[in-house]
Structure formats: C-alpha cells, structure tokens
Design a protein around this ligand. Sequence first.
Ligand code: NAD
Length: 298
Amino acid sequence: MSDTTRIAFIGLGNMGGPMAANLHKAGFAVTAFDLSADAVAKVQAQGVAVAASARAAVEGAAVVISMLPASRHVEALYLGEQGLLAKLAAGALVIDCSTIAPASAQKVAQAAAARGVAMIDAPVSGGTAGAAAGTLTFIVGGEAEALERARPALQAMGKNIFHMGAAGAGQVAKLCNNMALGVIMAVTGEAIALGVAHGLDAKTLSQMMAVSTSRSWATEVCNPWPGVLENAPASRGYSGGFGNDLMLKDLGLAVEAAMGIGATVPLGELARNLYAMNKRAGRGALDFSSVVRLFADG
Ligand code: NAD
C-alpha cells in the first residue's frame, strides 16, 4: 500500500472533474467514479480510467481522493458496512477535498484511524478556474505525516498548501475564509448599489474602490456589478463561478461551527440570511455575487 501514485478519485463535478484530469496529466494512475454518467464521460474523454462504482474504483488504490457536495455524502461514502473504509487496506490514505462540517471530518478521520487508514481533510480555495488550472489552495487538517504522503498529489492539483492543525482544522479554516468572503461580497454589492442609486458609474466607483481601503477580491476579481469586469460571472448573467447555494451551505457550516463552541458570528449569520434570501428569489444556482441583486433590484 505504499504506491501513492495509484489514486481512486470519487466525485467528478465542477471541481473534482478537472482535479482528476490534472492528476492524470501529472502521471498518476487515476481510477475515477461519479454517480453522474455525464460527469464520468467528461473525465473519460480526457483519458482518465473510470470504474462502475466507488468500491470498484478503490480496488488496489493506495490513495482515495473525494470531492463531494456535503457532509452527508462524505459520511455515506466512507462509513458503514458498504462504506469505503470497510474496503480499504490498512496503510491506505484518504484525502477528502469536499467542504464539510469540521465535526463530520473528525468523525470520518476517527473511523479511518480505527482501521489503520490515515485521513486528511483538504478543502480547497480557488474555484473552478483554480481547479482547471491546477492552482488550487489546499487547506489541510490531520497528521503531518499523512500530509507529506499526500503532498505530491496535492501539488499536481494546486500550488499552495497550508497545514492548519489536527483533523477538522482544514475545514474550520476554510469556513473562516468563506465566511469572510460571503460578508465582503454582500457589503461590496451593497456599497456599489448605493453609489449607483446616487447616479455614480459602477465601473469608475469599482476602479476607485479597487485601489482604496475597501479593496478586495470581490471588487477586483469577481465584481458583482454587470459590465464592470468582462470576465466576472456578473457580466455573463451570474453563470459559472461559485454558486449561491454553496456559499449558503458554507455560511450555515460556519454558523453551526460557532454555535458548537459558543462563539458568536453576527455578520456571518446576517450574511447567511442574505444568501438564503437570494436563493428564495430564485438565484440559488447562480454565482454568489448575484446577492447584489437584493440591493440593486429593490
Ligand atoms: P458538484 O455538485 O459540481 O460536484 C459534486 C459531484 O459529486 C457530482 O458530480 C455528484 O454526482 C457527485 N457525487 C455525489 N455523491 C456521490 C457519491 N456518493 N459517489 C460519487 N459521486 C457522488 O460540486 P463542486 O462544485 O465540484 O463542489 C464539490 C465540493 O467542493 C463542495 O463541497 C464545494 O463546497 C467545494 N468547493 C466548490 C468550489 C466551487 O467553486 N465550485 C470551490 C471550493 C470548494
């Protein structure tokens, strides 16, 4: 089980598909699986070997990487009699890149440890563009030794790796980042909408903000106002990018993580409600920067 070049990759969606393809391009022997036939076909077209089930994919693999939507999918994949942990040999390594609850990551890591399987939580930042370009940031929780074994595979999919602490710590750090991002995007949209309501030009306002004290990724890279940045989701009807529903999920996880230890996240809670309102307005599947429509459209 020391051959870390044989990798089973489970979950080939917007993020997992390009990540699996990058591993394949880097020379890893990847066997991939997804419940969606379309997702499977996309990676197969890029030369990645595919399996008929997750259990078949891990056959002979020393490393399993998963990139699934949420906690319940990850727990269902690994735990229980039909779960992958029951099938993996001692000495195998699990790298879960999904964004899930820290408590859920710890639960799976403990179950893995009980079977002699190492696990790291390695949620990512960088979005679908980063996944395609192989420039993701990995935010890791777990044993340092397990991270070292994972490092070559992570380096084939990303360029920055941060070790945040023990199991679950990667998820906590990821939630901190996304909670800040959710709040910053909402207030950036609110500010630009205020300026526009006063007759200001959104582009000039954004250009000024981008070199002033409120500068941020939300202003400079993913500006929420249509037409300000040609390549931002806002300028293509909020399509692509990071979905409102995913931001809503992450803010819910951040609020839960705060409640679990009696911490307070007043702005995170407010932002969670804003993205929930944006979903109710029918924009759940659009890029999260569409939250600006709450302020811009009345
Ligand atoms: P996605 O919905 O595009 O892909 C998830 C894939 O998992 C789907 O193809 C689905 O069919 C598959 N799946 C679900 N259950 C499965 C199972 N039991 N076995 C096999 N396949 C299964 O989601 P995504 O955008 O790729 O995001 C994946 C994770 O990455 C999420 O946790 C998300 O929060 C996180 N993330 C996403 C982004 C982004 O920009 N999209 C950025 C950073 C982190």
